[in-house]
Design a protein around this ligand. Structure first.
Ligand SMILES: [Zn+2]
Ligand SMILES: [Zn+2]
Length: 297
């Protein structure tokens, strides 16, 4: 049995006190990709470039972001051998949203804030959709007194992950060079710029709707934010849209828990388990350990 994940080692007073401030490296990165995509996508469109875009977007988000970074690295819902772990996280780096340590901090601070009785709109996604997307793509939250977050040494001291954290932006260049050789500028524009733009905007769009009121089976007691299960999006969100389940059972590698909730990332984890690449795959905790939840449906 693995120990529960707890990286916030020192609480702070309130996830309300602070200000949303521009984060210029983030702003230039995200808006840069979106603008280049808008300008060059129409003139470089071809069926093969579009296919490269679809395949790379889908599988980098599924294997790297949802399985590698979210379910394995952040929530430790299964274990894997060292090389498998590094490959999965590296594919997550290629998504182009953040380095491994950065994504842990973004995720865990948000999750910590959402489980308090009140939190700022920046974390609860209670502002309008456009305001929220603008914030998430361009800004950071500056706490008056920030909680202290510590990443476990298994991740923080891994030389490969440290390298990924320092260089995560540069890996788009490597991928871009490979794509240029394979299919010239159309592959670069669609396989790098359109892909990163769609991945970051898509990620924050799903995050927005999953943290706003909608259908769900569970209520996390005393939490400012209750997540929703968004029907019909299982296949295109790799199962991440069953977010009400995820808030209730963050320890579970399977997020689509009920009948009809398709969960491609879970299917991929099962496949890796059959191939012997991962083990200790976890499911929701037993009914006796659910005092923090109310059943609402
Ligand atoms: Zn999560
Ligand atoms: Zn969430």
């Amino acid at each position: 049995m693995m120990e529960p994940v707890k990286r916030i080692i020192e609480d702070s007073d309130s996830p309300l006190d602070g200000e949303v401030k521009y984060d210029f490296p983030k702003l230039i990165w995200n808006l840069g990709f979106i603008i280049v995509a808008f300008i060059f996508a129409p003139s470089t469109f071809s069926l093969s470039a579009f296919l490269v875009f679809i395949l790379l977007t889908y599988f980098s988000l599924l294997i790297g972001h949802s399985v590698g970074m979210h379910r394995m690295m952040i929530h430790r819902t299964f274990r894997s051998h060292l090389m498998t772990k590094r490959v999965l996280i590296y594919i997550g780096v290629l998504v182009g949203m953040s380095g491994p340590f950065g994504i842990i901090k973004i995720h865990d601070l948000r999750d910590w804030a959402q489980r308090k009785r009140k939190c700022h709109d920046f974390f609860s996604h209670k502002a309008s959709y456009f305001q929220d997307i603008w914030w998430q793509l361009t800004s950071k939250f500056e706490f008056n007194s920030a909680p202290k977050i510590e990443i476990e040494s298994e991740i923080k001291d891994d030389v490969f992950l440290r390298f990924c954290e320092r260089t995560w932006r540069w890996h788009q260049l490597g991928l871009g060079i490979v794509l240029f050789y394979l299919g010239d500028w159309p592959f670069v524009v669609w396989g790098v710029f359109v892909r990163v733009a769609v991945s970051v905007v898509g990620h924050w769009t799903i995050t927005y709707f999953c943290h706003n009121p909608g259908p769900g089976t569970w209520k996390v007691k005393n939490a400012a934010v209750q997540a929703s299960n968004i029907r019909g999006l299982g296949l295109i969100t790799y199962g991440e849209c069953w977010h009400n389940n995820h808030h209730a059972f963050p320890e579970s590698a399977k997020i689509g828990l009920e009948k009809g909730q398709s969960d491609p990332s879970w299917w991929f984890i099962i496949l890796m388990k059959k191939l012997g690449l991962v083990y200790d795959v976890r499911l929701p905790r037993s009914k006796t350990l659910r005092d923090d939840l109310d059943y609402v449906n």
